[in-house]
Design a protein around this ligand. Structure first.
Ligand code: FES
Length: 171
């Protein structure tokens, strides 16, 4: 839990014009809201005097900042070496196509956010993705589409928790 000194409103309140404060302000906003909403950009621009366009430019420059909330479920597609040689590029493109988003994006219904990671630690199951804390390996584009559609169907039911040791393998 963040201390009072780390909260977005406190940081805005104590802003004294010191250079280099924009990034910490944006980090506080993202910690507070889960992303950097329009109103936070307005507040920051108003308090600091930095033009909104400049604040927006910093947000879009750094990949750590999000302009939209994270989806309810986060898909982490492995782009590490073992997964890369096992077809992770095709796996990522399949997810993008199936969900209609790009890496870093969130579906319009707010259900999924897609990110890539360097290695999930289940290289023997490559190519691998995680949906929240479920690991799915040995995927093909066809099995992946099946998986995503099945996941969508059961999304209202609490999912099973699979770790690396008992990862689901595409069949
Ligand atoms: S490279 Fe993908 S799990 Fe290790």
């Amino acid at each position: 839990m963040a201390g009072r000194e780390d909260t977005f409103s406190y940081r805005l309140w104590r802003y004294d014009g010191a250079p280099g404060e924009l990034i910490p302000l944006l980090q506080s906003a993202q910690d507070h809201f889960g992303y950097v909403p329009r109103k936070a950009i307005n507040y920051i621009a108003g308090v600091t005097g930095i033009p909104e366009s400049e604040v927006y430019g910093v947000i879009t420059f750094y990949s750590q900042f999000r302009l939209r909330p994270m989806g309810k479920h986060v898909i982490r597609a492995c782009a590490g070496t073992a997964c890369h040689v096992s077809g992770s590029k095709m796996i990522i493109e399949t997810i993008e196509d199936e969900l209609g988003i790009e890496v870093g994006g969130t579906t319009d219904d707010g259900l999924f956010t897609l990110n890539t990671v360097a290695c999930i630690g289940c290289c023997s199951l490559a190519p691998v993705i995680m949906i929240d804390d479920e690991t799915h390996g040995q995927l093909t584009p066809a099995s992946l589409r099946k998986l995503l559609r099945a996941f969508r169907r059961r999304v209202k039911i609490s999912g099973s928790k699979a770790a690396c040791g008992d990862a689901a393998v595409a069949g």
